[in-house]
Design a protein around this ligand. Structure first.
Ligand SMILES: [Fe+2]
Ligand SMILES: [Fe+2]
Length: 201
């Protein structure tokens, strides 16, 4: 176990929901079948789990630990990751703003939901590949062992305001339910190998 083991495992769950969102976008564009339920659950999952738990652990625990170990917050990989979290939130806000209109059949609303779901999917897949392939690899190398152990414990008690450990389980169940709905095997939605190199950070 390192300070990034738990975060890498969460990436796999996030990627499985992204694969479901991609499937829902393909059905909306290719077959004219707009499954509002998938997009609504996707928004709930992203807000509650990807952002509420996962990104909060990175922003409140891992990134400050990296700074303390000498990695600058601004102008380096951490700054890029923070900016990408923010862009992801913008995509999700746009999806949430358009979902009611989309569900009632409004074509512009549906396009807005699909465009932002695909924007989020592209962003987060690349973001996760960069974290897994570069930033987390650096974290595993530069963080002292006792700091890695401290982070592991801190992640477990990092529960967002208003949530409980059961909420985390429910959100993971939501991800599994979406995979079932779209006939996807979560094992096949795992992160792809990183394309490119450090310059992408
Ligand atoms: Fe991140
Ligand atoms: Fe992450």
């Amino acid at each position: 176990m390192t300070a990034t083991t738990a975060l890498r495992a969460e990436h796999e769950i996030i990627l499985s929901v992204i694969a479901c969102l991609r499937a829902a976008c393909a059905a909306a564009v290719g077959e004219g079948r707009f499954d509002a339920e998938t997009f609504r659950r996707g928004i709930d999952f992203i807000r509650g789990y990807a952002d509420g738990w996962h990104h909060a652990k990175e922003e409140d625990l891992l990134f400050p630990a990296l700074e303390k170990a000498g990695m600058p917050r601004h102008g380096g990989p951490v700054g890029v990751m923070l900016r990408e979290h923010e862009i992801g939130r913008m995509h999700v806000r746009a999806m949430a703003d358009a979902i009611d209109a989309a569900e009632s059949g409004d074509a512009a609303g549906r396009s807005r939901v699909v465009e932002n779901a695909l924007g989020y999917a592209d962003l987060l897949e690349a973001h996760i590949a960069k974290e897994d392939g570069i930033l987390f690899a650096m974290a595993d190398r530069i963080l002292p062992e006792d700091e890695q152990r401290r982070l592991e414990v801190a992640y477990r008690s990092a529960v967002p305001a208003g949530a409980t450990a059961a909420t985390g389980d429910e959100l993971e169940g939501l991800a599994a339910g979406l995979c079932e709905r779209w006939g996807l095997d979560p094992d096949e939605t795992r992160s792809r190998p990183m394309v490119g190199g450090c310059h992408q950070l």
